[in-house]
Design a protein around this ligand. Structure first.
Ligand code: BDP
Length: 323
């Protein structure tokens, strides 16, 4: 009896050790800090996956850009050094050109239009295009990022006020072209460099949504004005390294897909609240909201849509037709 019990105990201990050894850590990265909606939603995905696989997978989140800027995050995910990256679709454009349709200025009428599109067949086609591309990334889902507007040290009350201002844009030629078309000087750099670039005067402003402007502290680096151009409405995306994906069983892949879908919905609910909260905080901190007529900005960026959209004319027509 005693021997049997000892054997059972030893067997159980061995099983635990094996299980512990068999645990796969999934490194997830985000430039946003802990607590940001996107970070929270990816962490939830991880917790559910860990529970559903009895601890075989454990997600470890690296927030705040500690694993590098988004360009580097993409590269590391491609080679399997990062397993899940949550990035803006903006930085994926140079890697998977098909996504640039969503990166064009004023391609969506408003955020509701963008949501309809990403939730429908066109959104699925873009996800599939990423996964099918040679980029070695598996697109898990979109997230919301609201709309991007311009914030500056000197006021921009009309488009002409952008003249001579150096405005940071995300790393994709499309965005530099967009800013230049609106009359400013577009300068591309990674998100994590913007704060000090504002402080040292390398740039006069940048553009983003209210949660990012607040949580990155950029609003404390001399920013006083927030001009509501809403020129870009770019969804976020979270992708898994194909290296990791290919090692998973079909069942595990199905779990990841299911939890990714839930993460997308969770982020959306958190997102709306976060835009309202951080807009209020920015206003309370003295940032002046400037409402502008968007028409001149829309018209000035027509050549950018023509340049980058020409090859996707059919798709753009379908996007326009989504009500
Ligand atoms: C934020 C996006 C983040 C980008 C950042 C940027 O959530 O993915 O890195 O903008 O401007 O809105 O680089």
């Amino acid at each position: 009896m005693k021997i049997r019990r000892t054997l059972i105990a030893a067997g159980a201990a061995l099983a635990t050790t094996l299980a512990a050894h068999a645990q796969t850590v999934l490194k997830a990265a985000d430039v946003h800090p802990a607590g940001y909606p996107n970070v929270v939603a990816v962490e939830s995905l991880g917790k559910k996956l860990e529970a559903a696989t009895n601890g075989k997978y454990k997600l470890q989140m690296f927030p705040g850009g500690v694993l590098g800027a988004e360009k580097e995050m993409v590269e590391q995910t491609q080679v399997g050094a990062i397993q899940i990256a949550r990035i803006s679709l903006g930085v994926l454009g140079p890697v998977v050109p098909a996504v640039n349709v969503f990166n064009m200025p004023f391609v969506f009428r408003d955020e509701a239009h963008m949501r309809k599109v990403i939730d429908g067949p066109i959104g699925q086609e873009i996800l599939d295009a990423i996964t099918a591309s040679p980029a070695r990334l598996v697109a898990l889902g979109f997230m919301d990022s609201g709309s991007r507007s311009i914030y500056t040290k000197k006021p921009v009350r009309k488009m002409e006020d952008l003249k001579g201002q150096k405005i940071r844009m995300m790393g994709n030629p499309l965005f530099v072209d967009t800013m230049n078309a609106m009359g400013g000087n577009g300068i591309s750099m990674g998100h994590t460099e913007v704060f000090s670039a504002l402080q040292t005067g390398v740039i006069d402003g940048a553009e983003n949504n209210p949660p990012t402007l607040f949580t990155s502290n950029q609003y404390t680096a001399g920013i006083k004005y927030y001009t509501q151009t809403h020129h870009l409405i770019i969804p976020e995306i979270f992708v898994m390294s194909k290296v990791t994906w290919d090692k998973m069983s079909k069942d595990e892949q199905a779990l990841v897909k299911k939890f990714a879908r839930e993460a997308q919905l969770e982020q959306r609910a958190l997102w709306d609240k976060s835009v309202a909260d951080y807009s209020a905080k920015l206003k309370a901190a003295g940032i002046e909201w400037i409402e502008v007529d968007k028409k001149p900005f829309f018209e000035a960026t027509a050549p950018v849509r023509a340049k980058y959209g020409a090859q996707y004319a059919d798709l753009i027509q379908r996007i326009n037709a989504v009500q």
